[in-house]
Design a binder for this molecule. Structure first.
Ligand code: PLP
Length: 313
């Protein structure tokens, strides 16, 4: 028998103010839960570093927005915050990190429409280890393939029932895209809309950078650094990492831009990244086999963004 990965479960339960701790080695969901039978629900994944959960406010806001898109009424944010603290405390108590640098816990917030016939959603927190490959990909970078998403960039606005901007539990397509990418020998994928727009990764936001040196008008050179992400209304999930990083980058003097982006923009960039709450900032080395920028520039810009990201609460 393989042992389950270290996991802590905390259910949101009105009878338990700080959440109800449940045994992760035992069944905890009803087989008729609509999350299991239909993938009908929403979730969030956030990272706790050194016991501190990052960007909780942004994740709770997005959970609320996703729930609203599915007409789900979920517990208020304070109940989630208390249960998150319980889960992180329990996890770090049960599975202490061997060294401070590896003290990272993945915290998932999960909501399903509940058991068939019941009127209340099922809500819980899952705390588990950070995936083994995350840190390596931040350091070495990744190769990605471009995959057709099959929708045009306006589908999200035109057809809200497709739930394109919500983080739903129906992630089977996203996982299939990742497996497809792995079979092509790549680490990850970037979705392209049927009308040729760059969208997002299956579990990440796309960012790219341009660096230009311009005359500042007085004869001396000025370096302009521009950080660009696809338009948020193109049927993609608004990334909490992208939002937080853009705020820091703006304060540090970067110019910011929001698409529309096409494939050629990726090839013309000085650097491209896939960014997300768990893996953080993964530099893209190759897109469909073509190198992006140069190793030295990719590294320098990635170091700069990592420094900005380290200051995010
Ligand atoms: N886009 C998709 C489809 C995702 O699943 C994720 C995260 O899982 C992101 C973007 C990045 O979001 P965040 O930065 O909030 O983790």
């Amino acid at each position: 028998m393989t042992l389950p990965a270290p996991t802590v479960l905390v259910f949101l339960d009105p009878a338990f103010e700080n959440g109800r701790i449940a045994d992760a080695t035992q069944p905890q969901l009803m087989a008729t839960d609509l999350g299991a039978t239909r993938g009908d629900g929403v979730f969030e994944s956030l990272l706790a570093v050194g016991g501190h959960a990052r960007k909780v406010h942004a994740h709770l806001n997005r959970l609320q927005a996703s729930a609203r898109a599915l007409d789900l009424v979920i517990p208020e944010q304070d109940a989630w915050r208390r249960a998150i603290e319980t889960a992180i405390g329990e996890y770090r108590g049960a599975f202490p990190a061997p060294e401070p640098e590896s003290d990272e816990v993945v915290v998932k917030l999960l909501v399903t429409r509940g058991v068939e016939g019941a009127s209340a959603p099922t809500c819980w927190i899952q705390a588990s280890p950070s995936p083994a490959g995350s840190r390596r990909q931040r350091e070495t970078g990744i190769d990605v393939v471009l995959l057709d998403r099959g929708f045009d960039a306006e589908a999200g606005e035109r057809a809200p029932w497709l739930l394109l901007g919500a983080k739903t539990l129906s992630y089977a397509v996203n996982m299939a895209a990742l497996r497809y990418a792995h079979k092509q020998g790549a680490d990850d994928a970037i979705f392209i809309s049927s009308d040729g727009r760059v969208l997002e990764g299956p579990t990440s936001t796309v960012l790219l950078a341009h660096v230009e040196t311009a005359d500042d008008g007085s004869g001396s050179a000025r370096t302009v650094k521009r950080l660009i992400t696809p338009q948020l209304d193109s049927g993609i999930l608004p990334g909490t990492s992208q939002g937080a990083l853009f705020a820091k980058a703006k304060a540090a003097g970067w110019e910011l831009g929001y698409g529309p982006l096409v494939t050629q923009d990726l090839y013309d960039a000085d650097a491209v990244w896939l960014i997300s709450s768990i893996r953080l900032i993964a530099p893209v080395n190759h897109v469909d086999g073509r190198e992006i920028g140069t190793p030295a520039v990719r590294k320098q810009l990635t170091d700069e963004l990592n420094e900005l990201f380290a200051g995010i609460e």
